[in-house]
Design a protein around this ligand. Structure first.
Ligand code: AMP
Length: 533
């Protein structure tokens, strides 16, 4: 078996690798490092978790060991689709280049241009960036890409999902034709194939097996749950989830809880917090500082429950997660594999629990077809019963009327024993703020709409971006928009559809409270309008 010492890596790199505790290269490392060190282009088909970051960082450090950086002309460039992934590459670079004098800069949204400019001005050996932010710098005339000798594209398939491919092509064209390219993607979609055919020169192709879909170290469980009221589905699922977490007790050291939509991520995190669980949300609409803080907290163990959307969590390297909870069955079967793959890593044991309602049948069938197995069914925890509040109609006014004790649910559940039978009903009757409960209710039957378009909406995504315009220049927000786009395309489309079906009732006029005079909702139509409908 190949050892790191067999690879012709710089002695300082080898020492840093040894100090990191790694002796044997992973298959992608053993395959990619030798041709990369020979100066060849590399096409690596590998997912996160395979050790692919080190497979390009280690040879890069070795190759850049000689030579010096020139002002504004980075010698190498790593492109990653999201800020978190770019930051992860930067961490790897810090770890393995510790004993060298190489310099790096991280260009991601949410960090001021000024600081980044200063670093670039001084000259850097490695520039790690998201494509949008890199082009922003380039267009401001602060950066020259003609000195790039090595260019890495990481997670190209996600770049494709997020609409970055035109940017990548442009960046390729801004770098010298003679550069060396190291290109990584988990899958080879036709568009990715086209890019590699255009920009890579006789690459060494290394393909490592996809992560086992049903890793033996992951214990999968499915709880089939039939809500007693459709309009209280989310609330009842939250009660069930809390009971499941509590039943796991100490075995659940930390967990990622997945929801399908960003709004649900926020609701669930808020609800768990209100019930004393140490939980925080992560999704594309939160600002960079918040996301980093949340992730750091989760990594260092000060945060126990990370409530996440698929896009925010994919690709993140969080080594020790004891549990994954699928609060929602993912609507894309592949996401199930990605989600449960967050636990049971590196030989550790993991548990993945999925809550499915009858309306999830279609998605569940797709998942079971993909993993070629029926997910093992399991019962709700012994003694679990729904609270009375969750079985009443989800009426806003009902919820609001409930008085709420200040200290309710504040105690950290880590210190609480698992509750005996029937106590669930004594939980705080309002586990989310009223407007949130209202959102969980299903849309009423679509009424024939008098309007062609719903009223102007203020979706959360726009609100979050609008907040950023105050502190950052317009083009600086491109990364954020792109980062959120994948999530929006999936999640917000649903919400928009709901809005439309409900005749735009979700589009509340800000500042009007609950009561909106009816004439405000009426549209003024001309006969010409009617003809067009
Ligand atoms: P990546 O696929 O680059 O996100 O890496 C996944 C995880 O594998 C990271 O936590 C790395 O620190 C770890 N890792 C990288 N190389 C090795 C190796 N040769 N042996 C064991 N673990 C590794």
């Amino acid at each position: 078996m190949t050892k790191f010492s067999d690879l012709k890596l710089d002695a300082r790199v080898l020492q840093a690798v040894a100090e990191a505790g790694y002796e044997t290269p992973t298959p992608i490392q053993a395959g990619a490092i030798p041709p990369a060190l020979e100066g060849r282009d590399v096409l690596g088909i590998a997912q996160t978790g395979t050790g692919k970051t080190a497979s390009f960082v280690l040879p890069m450090i070795t190759l850049l060991g000689r030579g010096r950086a020139r002002a504004r002309m980075p010698r190498s460039l790593v492109l990653a689709p999201t800020r978190e992934l770019a930051a992860q590459v930067a961490e790897n670079f810090d770890k393995y280049a510790r004993l060298t004098k190489l310099t790096k800069a991280l260009l991601i949204g949410g960090v001021s241009f000024g600081e980044q400019d200063k670093l670039i001005d001084r000259g850097v050996d490695v520039l790690i960036a998201t494509p949008g932010r890199l082009l922003d710098h380039f267009e401001r005339g602060k950066l020259l890409l003609t000195g790039v000798q090595i260019m890495v594209v990481d997670e190209a398939d996600r770049m494709l999902d997020m609409g970055f491919i035109p940017d990548i092509e442009r960046i390729f064209q801004l770098t010298p034709f003679t550069r060396q390219t190291l290109f990584f993607s988990a899958t080879m979609a036709p568009e990715i194939e086209r890019i590699t055919n255009t920009f890579l020169h006789t690459p060494a192709k290394i393909e490592v097996a996809r992560q086992a879909t049903t890793s033996e170290t992951i214990e999968q469980r499915l709880i089939e749950f039939a809500p007693t009221r459709k309009d209280q589905t989310a609330k009842q699922k939250r009660e069930l989830l809390r009971a499941v977490i509590e039943a796991e007790g100490e075995a659940c050291t930390n967990a990622i809880l997945f929801c399908n939509r960003k709004t649900e991520v926020d609701i669930l995190a808020k609800s768990l917090k209100a019930h004393g669980f140490n939980a925080s949300p992560i999704h594309g609409d939160l600002d960079q500082r918040q996301r980093m803080q949340t992730l750091d907290g989760f990594r260092d163990g000060s945060l126990r429950f990370l409530v996440a959307s698929d896009v925010a969590a994919r690709g993140l390297d969080i080594p020790a997660v004891s549990h994954v909870f699928n609060f929602d069955v993912p609507s894309h079967a592949e996401d199930y594999v990605h989600r449960i793959g967050r636990t049971g890593r590196a030989g550790r044991k993991g548990v993945a629990v999925t809550i499915a309602t009858p309306s999830d049948k279609k998605y569940l069938d797709a998942i079971e077809a993909l993993v070629k197995n029926a997910l093992p069914r399991t019962e709700a925890p012994e003694g679990f019963s729904l609270s009375e509040a969750s079985q009443r109609p989800a009426r806003k006014d009902d919820e609001r009327a409930k008085p709420r004790r200040r200290d309710e649910g504040k105690k950290d559940r880590r210190d609480r024993p698992v509750k005996p039978h029937g106590e669930e009903a004594s939980f705080a009757p309002m586990d989310v703020p009223p407007q949130v409960v209202a959102e969980a209710a299903p849309a009423p039957e679509p009424k024939p709409s008098r309007r062609r378009e719903p009223r102007e909406r203020v979706p959360e995504t726009v609100t979050a971006e609008a907040a950023e315009t105050r502190t950052e220049p317009r083009r600086d927000r491109r990364d954020d928009r792109r980062q959120g786009r994948e999530e929006r395309s999936r999640e917000d489309r649903n919400r928009e559809d709901r809005g439309r079906n409900s005749g735009g009732r979700e589009d509340r006029v800000v500042g009007m409270g609950d009561h909106m005079p009816d004439f405000l909702t009426r549209s003024f139509r001309t006969p010409a309008d009617s003809d067009q409908e």
